[in-house]
Design a protein around this ligand. Structure first.
Ligand code: ATP
Length: 139
């Protein structure tokens, strides 16, 4: 079926993407999935990682998503996430600092009980994903 699909990526404090896409590829909990117009409806949780889409002009776009789920309808993909950033809005230095902080916390968690290793691990995954996305050429 020809035509674009509407893509919305929203966090509790901002609308990150609201535009038509030719295709959307998202990091589903059970593997990456691609959506074109006319896709069967479904709902899934997402892994921390990269959502990609081709905008209506054919340019590849990359978006960081974390703590989210996606609702797929035949004409629309809605992602609700705890945090999301377009590639161009990612501050690499901030991500690098977050990565170092998380690595330090993970190391300290081995000896100190008051450090939440799981939380530090999640922060590390977010930082690594942001850094990977910002290394890509897509906007
Ligand atoms: P940090 O420790 O640097 O805050 P984090 O992974 O804990 O990183 P999140 O909880 O995912 O941050 O996001 C909090 C807010 O900060 C969100 O609005 C998110 O868009 C923004 N943010 C976090 N890291 C970056 C970054 N590297 N570049 C741009 N925005 C960021």
């Amino acid at each position: 079926m020809a035509g674009n699909i509407m893509l919305e990526v929203v966090t509790p404090d901002k609308s990150v993407v609201s535009e038509e896409a030719q295709i959307v590829v998202a990091p589903g909990e059970y593997g990456e999935f691609g959506v074109l117009i006319g896709h069967t409806s479904f709902l899934t949780t997402l892994k921390t990682g990269m959502l990609r889409y081709k905008d209506k002009g054919g340019s590849e776009r990359a978006v960081f998503v974390s703590g989210g789920f996606a609702e797929v309808l035949p004409n629309k993909v809605t992602v609700l996430a705890e945090s999301a950033d377009r590639r161009r809005d990612i501050d690499v230095e901030r991500a690098r600092a977050a990565m170092k902080r998380a690595e330090q916390r993970i190391a300290e968690a081995r000896t100190k009980e008051d450090i939440d290793a799981r939380r530090a691990e999640a922060a590390l995954q977010r930082a690594i994903a942001r850094m990977k996305i910002s290394e890509r050429r897509a906007a």
